[in-house]
Ligand binder design. Sequence first.
Ligand SMILES: Nc1ncnc2c1ncn2[C@@H]1O[C@H](COP(=O)(O)OP(=O)(O)OP(=O)(O)O)[C@@H](O)[C@H]1O
Ligand SMILES: [Mg+2]
Length: 264
Amino acid sequence: MAMIEVRDVRKIYTVGEQKIHALAGVSLDIDKGEYVSIIGPSGSGKSTMMQLLGCLDTPTEGSIILDGMDVSRANSNTLSWVRNQKIGFVFQNFNLLAKLNVYENVELPLIYANMPGRERRKRTLEAIEAVGLMERINNRPNQLSGGQSQRVAIARALVNRPKIILADEPTGALDTQTGETILQLFREVSRRGNTVALVTHDPDIAMETPRRIELRDGKLVSAQESHYHRFKQAAQAEAAAEEPQPVSIVEQALRGDMNNGGNP
Ligand SMILES: Nc1ncnc2c1ncn2[C@@H]1O[C@H](COP(=O)(O)OP(=O)(O)OP(=O)(O)O)[C@@H](O)[C@H]1O
Ligand SMILES: [Mg+2]
C-alpha cells in the first residue's frame, strides 16, 4: 500500500480577482520507504505540494491519503494531530529556535506530544546520535555550521519517529559537499523504512534519489517529456562508456536498484 496517495489534486489560490492554479490536477503514489525528489521550475507548485502533503493546508479539490488516512477534508485539529504523529519537516533555513540548544531544539516536538520525561530524553538522545551531533548537544544554533544546523533540523524531524519525512530545499543553504552528507542521511532514513520526499530545483540533487516527481505549471511531467529523464540517460550512457571493466555483483545489484526505482 502507498504511504502517500494523491488523487486529482487541485489547489487554487484566489488573490483579488485572480485565480492561481498552483496545482492543476495531480495524481501520484509514494510507497513506504521510498526516497523521491520533487522537482520543477520556480512557481511549478513544489512548495504547494509539500504543504498539502505536510497537512499545513488542504486541497481545493481531490484527495490526499497519508498512511491510509484521508486528510484532504480534515479539520485543523486533525491536521495538527497528523502532522505531529506522522510527519517530520525539514526546511531550507533550518527553522531552529535560537534560544534553545541542540538538545532542546530536538526535544521540542516530544514536549508538544506530551511524552513523559524519561522516554523523551531517550528519544532525543537517539535522534541526536543518529545525525552524529552528540558532542554539540549544548550548543546553540548560532554556534553551529550550516550543515550541523541542518542535521539538528533532521534530528528534530526524526525524533517523533514519523513515517513521512518532507523536506523543502533542505540543501539550498548548504555547499555541495555538506549537501551530500545531508542527502546520505535522508537515504539512510528511507532505508530504515521511512518515506522521504524532498523538493529541489537542482538536477544533480534530483539524480541522487531513485525517483523524481517532476512538476510544471502545477501538473506532473511524464517521464518521456522529462528533462531529467534525458539527463539521467545521458549520464548513464556516459558512465557505461567510461567503464568497460566488469563490475561486481553487489555493484550490479545497486545499479539495478537505482535504475528501476524510477518506474514503479
Ligand atoms: N499563498 C499563496 N497565495 C497566492 N498564490 C500563491 C500562494 N502560494 C503560492 N502561490 C502561487 O502558486 C504557484 C506555485 O507556487 P509554489 O510556491 O508552490 O512554487 P514552487 O514550485 O515551490 O516555486 P519555487 O521553486 O520558487 O519555490 C505560484 O504561481 C505562486 O505564485
Ligand atoms: Mg518553493
